[in-house]
Design a protein around this ligand. Structure first.
Ligand code: FAD
Ligand code: NAP
Ligand code: SF4
Length: 677
């Protein structure tokens, strides 16, 4: 079967407004931070060109502000700002004249990080820094004019269209919802008044750009927020926008302040597209759907069941810019899949760091990290096939080096083989599938079940040795640590150690949380079943109450195991987890009744349980199992033995530095070494 036959819907062109897109996959909008750099034009161009060449039908840029009240960040306010954008659109169109590049206009409204921020009413967002200034009539007119001006400038800059974001708790959406729009004039109160602002913005934008310019509006199809829009309001807004000349409606799900995860790895693939499908029945223009659509077969299924006309893939384009070409050429097993971790993209965005990707360290670093053919190929030994060793070996081999990769284990992946067993982390299998295929393609000589020693490496005729031997789990020196009720996380995750009904987990880092998730989990993983996911997060897809969530109590299945998660630090438990995902893990465990205790001193473990001191008071936790998740130390024995023989070696990943190690750092360090070795 040809690739086109496998993805007939994905690879059929679509009429969009006055023009046509070549396929149904578009790269969704992401703020990367490149927009704010001094060399933004060069870096954005390289970033988008790589994705255009990768085969997408349409690219939507990160959000660009139309008015100074959006505060910091990229803006397009006047003719002086056009040149940068012209450079980007010129580069993209030169690289591939068929690809469409559309600029997103983003007015952050009450979420702008400036005291000058504006909104229909002075209602501070739960996640906003400042109480917004209430817009008066003239202020509203000024904002509408700013949208129109920004769109006209985008056209001058060579974009094929604009997308106006009207969701997520940004300015436009705050007009739509009663909680944030408490006005009593013609812009608030009744639904007709609340939807007036977006309708007026679209009318004026269309008038400013004319008919031959793509106009996309991003609507919040489900706010995931108590008091959000009702379904009939969503439909009536979409119809009104269609009537005003919008070419495409893009559906978004959630406000940033909502308590429902919508893109984390624990969200099932394509969980929300059914809502787009329902809206599609009400309109005649094409609809875009999004969220956790990370592989071509998922996109094809969404399109085939009529949920949408176009599929937005944003983070998957960071993970693999060639995703669409690989699908078209039947090479989907070579796709480096986005695992939904948010660790290097959204967590970076929301902490002011440049966006990149855990599985692809080159993302957003296209001008500074490349893997050119090696001038003089070397013979390289790599020890350890965890994320660090895998990334290094495959990239070095792609450059032409002859790589032999040793691992003591029976399969590649190192600790990712533990991570993939945690309910909600099933996507980690994809990374291992990707590396296995690239090993085959690049001819890396993989030697599994091979624990190498320094002698073999020193005499093996290698030009370079790379040590990626990972970590050793830490065993804290506590009285009774050898007691039979004490088990290692490794043995719990692999199912080798039995776990009792009452459990204390020593250490509340990422692994402590994952172990708590595993041992309290019951039934199907929510990440694999949309109905289970909806129940766990209180979403009512069928009834679609206001905001999609009102009145639905989350029901988290759990076994009746009593678990206490402990740490010595006095800070709140789970504070160090990912910025955009940590709250989901904390909330899930709390709903399963897991107790979280910080500021603990461990005293001893005996037949009675775990003896600790909390707030100066001795406390006995009468548990039958103590699971040690107390961090790790580098596994450097092999490196040290080589050093003793006078053989130099490179150290990467956990073997280099175990403290605060994650796969993001392991892969980045490995990629940077592979680029220069
Ligand atoms: P490792 O993955 O530890 O791999 C080292 C490899 O070296 C192993 O395969 C081992 O068999 C091999 N080896 C060691 N000595 C020898 C020898 N002498 N000869 C041959 N082979 C040898 N990170 C994240 O970023 N996000 C997450 O969500 C996440 N979740 C996790 C969940 C769990 C349950 C666990 C355990 C870890 C998780 N991590 C996560 C951490 C991540 O897996 C590690 O940071 C990463 O695996 C480190 O990569 P590495 O290549 O340095 O080492
Ligand atoms: P970690 O995050 O460093 O946590 C280690 C825990 O052990 C901490 O709670 C620490 O807290 C405790 N600890 C440290 N030394 C101890 C000692 N001597 N005695 C008792 N307790 C001790 O490490 P991890 O949980 O092992 O995870 C390893 C890496 O994998 C992490 O860096 C993490 O980024 C990554 N990971 C990420 C995720 C994710 O979802 N992003 C998931 C899993 C793992 P106190 O010192 O306060 O007690
Ligand atoms: Fe996807 Fe994680 Fe990469 Fe973000 S960092 S693009 S979520 S794999």
């Amino acid at each position: 079967m040809t690739a086109h036959a496998r993805y007939p819907h994905v690879f059929s062109p679509l009429k969009v407004g006055h023009t046509q897109v070549r396929n149904r996959i578009l790269m969704g909008s992401m703020h990367t931070g490149l927009e704010d750099l001094p060399d933004a034009a060069e870096r954005l161009s390289a970033y988008f060109v790589e994705r255009a060449r990768g085969g997408v039908g349409m690219i939507i840029t990160g959000g660009i502000g139309p008015h100074p009240t959006v505060g910091h960040g990229a803006k397009l306010l006047g003719p002086g700002d056009v040149a940068l954008h012209r450079q980007v659109t010129g580069a993209v169109h030169a690289a591939d004249p068929e690809v469409k590049i559309v600029m997103q206009i983003l007015h952050t409204g009450p979420l702008a990080g400036t005291p000058d921020c504006v909104a229909p009413s002075p209602v501070k967002s739960r996640i906003g820094r400042y109480q917004p200034n209430e817009l008066d009539e003239a202020g509203i007119e000024e904002q509408i004019a700013a949208f129109a001006n920004c769109a006209a400038l985008a056209k001058q800059a060579g974009y094929d269209g604009v997308e106006i974001i009207g969701s997520a708790g940004y300015l436009i959406s705050t007009f739509l919802v009663e909680k944030t729009n408490q006005r009593t004039d013609g812009w608030g109160g009744s639904w007709e008044n609340r939807m007036r602002f977006p309708v007026e913005v679209v009318r004026r934008v269309r008038a400013a750009v004319g008919p031959d310019f793509i106009l996309i509006f991003r609507i919040s199809a489900m706010d995931m927020l108590q008091g959000g829009m009702a379904w009939d309001e969503v439909v009536s807004l979409a119809k009104a926008l269609e009537a005003e000349g919008v070419d495409v409606i893009s559906t978004h799900f959630c406000w940033h302040e909502s308590f429902v995860p919508t893109i984390a790895t624990m969200v099932p693939r394509a969980a929300f597209t059914q809502v787009t499908g329902r809206l599609r029945k009400e309109l005649t223009i094409p609809l875009i759907t999004s969220n956790r659509i990370n592989m071509p077969d998922v996109a094809e299924a969404v399109l085939a069941r009529g949920d949408a006309d176009l599929v937005s893939m944003a983070r998957p384009m960071l993970a693999d810019p060639d995703l669409v070409n690989k699908a078209r050429e039947g090479r989907e097993d070579e796709i480096n899949t986005c695992i939904g971790c948010n660790q290097a993209c959204l967590d970076h965005t929301f902490t002011g760091r440049l966006t990149t990707c855990l599985v692809n360290a080159r993302a957003c670093r296209e001008t500074e990290l490349s893997y050119p053919p090696a001038a003089s190929p070397k013979t390289i030994a790599v020890v350890g096939a965890g994320p660090a060793g895998l990334a290094f070996s495959t990239l070095a081999a792609q450059r032409g080096h002859r790589v032999t990769l040793f691992d003591a284990g029976a399969e590649i992946g190192g600790q990712f083989n533990l991570a993939k067993r945690i309910p909600g982390k099933e996507e980690f299998y994809e990374t291992l599938r990707y590396f296995a295929r690239i090993i085959e393609l690049t001819g890396v000589d993989l030697r599994l079940g091979t624990r190498v020693n320094a002698g073999a490496l020193a005499t093996g005729g290698f030009d370079e040795v790379v040590i990626a031997t990972g970590i050793e789990p830490r065993t804290p020196a506590i009285d009774g640590i050898d007691h039979p009720k004490v088990v290692r996380y490794l043995d719990v995750i692999t199912g080798r150690a039995p776990v009792g009904q009452s459990v204390a987990i020593m250490g509340a880092g990422g692994i402590g949380f994952d172990v708590a998730e595993l041992i309290t989990h019951e039934g199907t993983s929510a990440a694999l079943d949309v109905a289970v996911f909806a129940r766990e997060w209180g979403i009512d897809f069928e009834g679609h109450p206001r905001g999609g969530v009102t009145g639905i109590e989350p029901q988290v299945a759990s076994n009746d195991r009593a678990v206490t998660l402990l740490q010595r630090k006095a800070t709140p438990v789970g504070q160090g987890l990912g910025k955009t995902t940590g709250w989901t893990h904390r909330l899930t465990l709390q709903r399963r009744g897991v107790k979280m205790v910080s500021g603990v001193e461990y005293r001893k473990i005996d037949d009675a349980g775990l003896h600790v001191v909390i707030g100066g008071e001795p406390v006995l936790l009468p548990v039958d199992t103590v699971i040690v998740c107390a961090g790790q130390d580098p596994a450097r024995g092999l490196y040290d033995a080589l050093a003793e023989r006078g053989c130099p070696a490179h150290l990467i990943g956990g073997a280099h530095e175990a403290a605060e190690l994650d796969a993001k750092r392991a892969i980045k360090q490995a990629s940077e070494l592979a680029a220069v070795i």
